[in-house]
Design a protein around this ligand. Structure first.
Ligand code: NDP
Ligand code: 8X3
Length: 265
């Protein structure tokens, strides 16, 4: 908590699921003198998260909800310049915004779904990183700051019906690993957190809003909660500056791979 004090944390996709839980967990862990820049497309949801933080921890944590579509390169390019001055000193970037569309096999995947997944999960994450890196690089010793990329088991173990989503998360993994090497002469930490099955709105989005199909994904399973992942994200951000938790894979106990899930019922 001490190490996070005074930090400015920027989270993409903070309106739901893992991103929202990360916002709450950072606030609970460092309830004084923290700034949270919460971004997503749904600003009404961001304001609700801000309200919840205020109700739980009070005014010690300052929250700035900002509308941002990470898939819009022009919006991302203008993002930092559009922040009020006192919010620009970002210390931690959590690249969490991401989504999956459909379960179609490769020949049938809709072109728009392919583009949306790549533009959000890959290009969006890269553009956000490029937007924030100059802030990190301006610090002493070649630069300092944390980039925490949310990957997935899907990036390590591709599965049928997930070719594009898995390809996007493999791309995140390759990008994280290259960037960490490129930044070797700085204090900038590039860390990847790869969840297994987590119950969020992820499956609702995958099935184009069909809640019953989404619920069926988790039926009989005991998935992780977004709080489980948020605890890890806050943990890696809170280590001593010389400690880089480069890569973490997190399963619920009944999962041991992308398709390897034990259903209890
Ligand atoms: P949710 O659907 O609950 O949350 C996704 C978040 O991403 C929302 O806040 C959404 O906000 C945001 N988002 C989506 N598209 C954009 C965009 N173009 N611009 C800005 N924000 C966007 O799902 P999760 O919390 O599960 O997903 C978070 C991350 O975790 C994703 O990267 C996902 O791939 C990854 N993940 C999820 C797993 C799971 O089982 N749930 C497992 C492994 C990884 P809004 O719609 O308001 O813009
Ligand atoms: C989400 C996990 O395996 O459902 O990234 O694609 S999976």
């Amino acid at each position: 908590a001490q190490r996070l004090q005074g930090k400015t944390i920027l989270i993409t996709g903070a309106s739901s699921g893992i991103g929202r839980s990360c916002a709450l967990e950072f606030a609970r862990t460092a309830p004084r003198d923290l700034r949270l820049v919460l971004t997503a497309r749904r600003t009404d949801r961001l304001r609700e998260v801000a309200e919840q933080i205020r109700a739980e921890v009070g005014d010690g944590v300052k929250v700035l909800p900002v509308e941002l579509d990470v898939a819009d390169p022009v919006a991302v390019r203008g993002f930092v310049g559009g922040l009020p001055e006192e919010w620009r000193g970002v210390d931690v970037l959590v690249n969490n915004a991401g989504l999956v569309k459909g379960v179609a096999r490769a020949p049938e995947i809709a072109e728009n779904d392919i583009n949306v997944m790549f533009q959000t999960n890959v290009t969006g994450l890269i553009n956000m990183t490029q937007a924030i890196l100059p802030i990190f690089k301006a610090r002493p010793e070649g630069g300092a700051g944390d980039i925490i990329n949310i990957g997935s088991i899907a990036g390590r173990e591709p599965y049928p019906g997930g070719s594009i989503y898995c390809a996007t998360k493999a791309a995140v993994r390759a990008f994280s690993d290259s960037l960490r090497k490129e930044l070797i002469d700085t204090r900038i930490r590039v860390m990847e957190v790869d969840p297994g099955q987590v119950e969020t709105e992820f499956s609702v989005v995958r099935f184009y809003g069909d809640k019953s199909k989404a619920d069926a994904v988790y039926a009989g399973c005991d998935p992780l909660t977004p709080e489980d992942i948020a605890e890890v994200v806050v943990f890696v951000a809170g280590r001593r500056q010389n400690v880089v938790i480069a890569d973490t894979l997190i399963f619920p106990s009944h999962q041991a791979g992308a398709g390897a899930l034990h259903r209890k019922t």
